[in-house]
Design a binder for this molecule. Structure first.
Ligand SMILES: Nc1nc2c(ncn2[C@@H]2O[C@H](COP(=O)(O)OP(=O)(O)OP(=O)(O)O)[C@@H](O)[C@H]2O)c(=O)[nH]1
Ligand SMILES: [Mg+2]
Length: 196
């Protein structure tokens, strides 16, 4: 899908602020600095519309990006960032949990993991949590441009095995730099949201 119109509708911290439309929503979750905002930018064809940063902890709110007046991407604060205080982390955790478990418009979650390494314990917990709540999930292993081509298969198997991925969960190797995997991610989004 070629996106032309996109807008940040709201940066929300509580349900009263979520958009009051019935557009389907796709949320992006994953560790801080894994590349959620970068993936959002690739999907919407913008350079730095969703603010990216080499400093982890950049995204602190649920950012609702409306795409072509048809669907929302929801960029979610990253987990596993040690420098955020415990209190802050709990607040983020509650905000994210509330959104993911109560939002009727949510059609799927893209769980991002770092394609250069094995998924972390936090990643495994997140995947299991999404499975428990029966939320359709796609796993995206990002920063794959930093992995040599001949190691891609090994990395793919490592991610599958470490997360214990089931058959319903597709896995895509992705690079925000080279735009590898962009079409596969869009195809899944179109399937989940009934856009095609
Ligand atoms: N080489 C490479 N770098 C990437 C890729 N995706 C993201 N990055 C870099 O990783 C850093 C973090 O990216 P972000 O998109 O800001 O990460 P985030 O998950 O939104 O981070 P938080 O908002 O802090 O949770 C930035 O310096 C990006 O340029 C990728 O596919 N390849
Ligand atoms: Mg971000």
């Amino acid at each position: 899908m070629e996106v032309h119109n996109v807008d940040l509708t709201i940066s929300a911290v509580k349900p009263e602020q979520y958009p009051q439309t019935n557009y389907p929503e796709i949320a992006l979750v994953g560790r801080s600095n894994v590349g959620k905002s970068s993936l959002t930018n690739v999907l919407i064809n913008r350079r730095n519309f969703a603010h990216t940063s080499s400093q982890p902890g950049k995204t602190q709110t649920l950012n609702f990006y409306v795409v072509e007046d048809e669907l929302y991407f929801v960029d979610v604060p990253g987990y596993g960032y040690a420098k955020v205080s415990k209190k802050e982390r709990e607040r983020f955790g509650q905000m994210i949990e509330k959104y993911l478990t109560t939002r009727e418009q949510l059609r799927g979650v893209i769980l991002l993991v770092d394609g250069r390494h094995a998924p972390t314990d936090d990643d495994i917990s997140m995947y299991q949590w999404l499975q428990y709540y029966d939320i359709p999930t796609m796993v995206v292993a990002t920063k794959i441009d930093k992995v040599k081509g001949n190691a891609w298969n090994r990395e793919e198997s490592l991610v599958k095995k470490t997360l214990g991925i089931d058959k319903q969960t597709p896995l895509v190797l992705f690079s925000a730099v080279k735009k590898t995997g962009k079409d596969a991610v869009w195809n899944w989004i179109e399937e989940q949201t009934g856009m095609n």
